[in-house]
Design a protein around this ligand. Structure first.
Ligand code: DGJ
Length: 733
């Protein structure tokens, strides 16, 4: 048996063991209940049964009067509510009379190679060779409910996937008020919590804090994973660093409302839960129906945050992102948004395209404002008809002209929206999400389309499809610029809209990439409000933030790359002074920061000087030289910018590396954020190299991997703020 990649069940010990590369996950059956035993460093199969504390519970010895103590103490693998477990529950079910109560007992299990899909939802995938799965059925006979917990593991990765199917096998309607996807009971042991929090323009700032008694909870009620909180949470040892200490990361493969919570309980355990938020959620489950909860991923690292990040990056690159562009060099694009906003026409776009082409840029992306009579953000969403006043001859004329220049064309859509001032809204006012009898709140002067309805989805899909078929369009930026409020529908039950909305978005994106398999899709949501694993299932890259300032991006991209591979992070070189913060940053620094992402431009390139254009040509060359390494390599944070690093980060500089999987090559990016007087050149400790190999730097100096990692590397002395330097290392011996 391969002890780095196996799932077993011991009849004798009544234990399930999931063995991964460097970690083990163990579940046990105690009496009729399923309990969590362990997730941590490698241990033998079936170890740790005493963690179920069966001897502590007289109920286990046949004294029914003490069931309540048991219910509130046992480390349930999946916790149901209403029958004595007062800790955060995973499942809340009401019966036909409205009574809350569900008691889950072990019934059956299956272990198999490969991994099943989750109907209608994004999820990781694997083959019979690189994935193994376990399904455990828990039942409540009184309700006629079957809850199937699904687990998968992947060869070489320390990550467990979890999802849940709830099936009504009874004869009465049931009401689901909460169905989380993962529940994990861990010893508390002074652990801390790390989340990604922020706002528009400040997405995914890393936040680290101790866990006291009571509950820590983050989530989104906005119908999008959101700018403000992120469907990620890590429970970490208080001494965890970039390279050492225990880090357990939870990531949710979902793009709508979520909750992630950790509660330190009376017995100093930590119960962690993650799943669809119970806010505005009420699902009617009729006899014979099933509800599918999305997938949560739980990764394990005892080598700090760096190893957790690389585990998630590889999980997403190998088992989540499906796009044919995943392993391809992405075209260098120039987007006209910050160059023109709504104020453009054919000539202006072609002027940008010509100059961009002369600098080596490969694709022009036409952003918001090409349709209806949209010249500001107050109209025309839903009317996906080209504005011929701006673009005479329509999209085909534009595409032909751009193609003649030698570039590809990409285009912006905001498919889920409708402007009150639009032909679509005038024809179908009931197609907007709103509560009958109430005036819905406008946001950016727009409303959300009720894509829980099939006819609305069909309209949206046909509109996009018609546009894409009308011209040679190779890329779509799918934007979504407002949260859901006034959540009502003429066709869907109130408590189901939020989740059915996400199912609608997923169905639309699935149709899009199925009908246009060669399309490069980039998701976006008012910057990075829907940057999540759910979206990565459909698009290989997601716009990271509307804040394109390189220095701000150091923090935003560091938080984003805590879980997502650089190849997924939409990052552009933009104009200075920056439109969000007014900062002026060296053009080279802007390119080094954008290189830690998909790389592109977002500026009026026609206004650049000859020297700047020639520098952009050099940057384009730089991208071609390093993009394979950045896209496919392993990320190592050498010096971070966030409170992840408790001890002594002066935040005066930031450095990161991407190292080829075979360690033959590495790129070190160093940014001096803030110059400091009377300081020696900085010593940084590289990571991820082969200790026994020698590496040559671009300037010809040769160092051993061991020297660079253990003695350290002395960076060049740099003059000034916000200055960057790239160092490329190639194995020479
Ligand atoms: C928000 C996006 O993040 C921007 O890049 C841009 O596409 C605007 N929307 C357009 O309305």
């Amino acid at each position: 048996m391969d002890k780095k990649f196996s799932i077993t069940y011991s009849e004798e010990k009544r234990c399930f063991t999931l063995q991964m590369e460097r970690s083990t996950y163990i579940i046990g059956v105690a009496g009729e209940y399923l309990g969590h035993i362990y997730f941590g460093r490698k241990v033998p199969d079936d170890a740790g049964r005493s963690m179920l504390f069966e001897d502590d519970f007289s109920f286990m010895k046949g004294v029914p009067g003490d069931k309540c103590t048991f219910m509130d103490s046992f480390p349930f693998e999946y916790a149901s509510e209403g029958i004595g477990d007062f800790r955060p529950g995973s499942l809340s079910v009401r019966n036909a009379e409205g009574f809350l109560g569900c008691e889950l007992k072990y019934a059956d299990h299956r272990i198999y190679d490969g991994k099943k899909k989750i109907p209608g939802l994004p999820a990781t995938f694997g083959t019979n060779e690189d994935a193994k799965s376990l399904e455990i059925d828990l039942v409540d006979d009184t309700l006629g409910l079957v809850v199937t917990l699904s687990y998968s593991i992947f060869r070489g990765l320390d990550v467990v996937t979890r999802s849940v199917t709830v099936k009504n096998n009874g004869s009465e309607n049931l009401r689901l008020e909460k169905v989380l996807s993962a529940c994990l009971e861990l010893p508390w042991e002074n652990r801390e919590i790390v989340t990604l929090s922020g706002s528009w323009g400040r997405e995914r700032f890393i936040d680290r804090r101790p866990i006291g008694h009571g509950r820590v909870e983050i989530g989104s009620k906005r119908g999008i994973s959101s700018h403000q909180e992120h469907p990620f949470l890590a429970v970490v040892a208080e001494n965890a660093t970039e390279t050492s200490g225990e880090v357990i990361g939870f990531s949710f493969v979902y793009s709508g409302n979520f909750v992630a919570q950790a509660e330190r309980t009376q017995h100093d355990m930590l119960r962690v839960g993650m799943g669809v938020s119970d806010y505005n959620f009420l699902w009617e489950l009729q006899p014979g129906e099933s509800f599918y909860a999305p997938e949560a991923l739980i990764s394990y690292s005892y080598e700090g945050f760096g190893a957790m990040s690389r585990t998630f990056h590889d999980t997403f690159r190998k088992h989540l992102i499906r796009s044919p562009y995943l392993h391809k060099k992405r075209p260098i694009l120039i987007n006209n948004w910050e160059a023109t906003y709504f104020d453009f026409n054919l000539d202006r776009l072609l002027e940008i395209a010509r100059t961009a082409k002369s600098a080596g840029i490969e694709m022009l992306v036409m952003d918001d404002g090409w349709f209806g009579h949209r010249s500001s953000d107050n109209c025309s969403l839903g009317d996906w008809i080209v504005n011929e006043e701006k673009l005479p001859g329509g999209l085909s004329a534009l595409a032909n002209a751009v193609n003649e220049i030698g570039m590809d064309l990409g285009i912006w859509f905001e498919p889920e929206m409708v402007s009150p001032d639009s032909d679509l809204y005038r024809a179908h006012p009931d197609w907007a999400v709103k509560i009958p009898g109430r005036e819905p709140a406008l946001c950016r002067t727009q409303l959300v389309l009720d894509i829980t309805r099939k006819e609305v989805r069909d309209y949206v899909f046909n509109s996009i499809s018609r546009v894409l078929k009308s011209a040679n369009i190779r890329y779509v930026k799918w934007d979504m610029n407002r949260p859901l409020t006034d959540v009502g529908s003429m066709a869907s039950a109130g408590g189901e809209i939020m989740h059915r909305y996400m199912l609608g978005v997923y169905e639309l994106q699935e149709r899009l990439i199925t009908e246009f398999p060669d399309l490069l899709l980039e998701n976006c949501s008012s910057g990075g409000a829907r940057f999540d694993p759910g979206m990565l299932y459909y698009s290989p890259q997601i716009w990271c933030s509307d804040d394109t300032d390189a220095i701000e991006r150091l923090t935003i991209q560091e938080g984003t790359a805590l879980i997502y591979p650089l190849s997924a992070i939409g990052a552009h070189v933009s104009i200075c002074p920056n439109h969000t913060v007014g900062r002026t940053t060296d053009l080279y620094t802007r390119s080094v920061v954008a290189l830690a992402g998909t790389f592109g431009y977002e500026m009026d390139i026609t206004k650049m000087s000859d020297e700047e254009l020639s520098e952009i040509r050099d940057q384009v060359e730089m991208y071609h030289r390093y993009s394979d390494l950045v896209r496919e390599g392993d990320l190592y944070r050498i010096k971070g910018n966030s409170p992840l690093y408790k001890n002594g980060n002066d935040r005066a500089s930031v450095a990161w590396m991407t190292v080829a999987k075979d360690k033959s090559e590495a790129l070190l990016s160093y940014v001096q954020v803030c110059a400091v007087a009377n300081r020696r050149a900085e010593v940084i400790y590289l990571q991820g190299l082969d200790e026994d190999s020698e590496y040559v730097l671009d300037d010809g100096r040769v160092f051993s991997g061991a020297e660079l990692m253990h003695i350290g590397f002395v960076t060049d002395k740099i003059w000034g703020d916000a200055k960057a330097k790239l160092y490329h290392l190639t194995r020479c011996r």
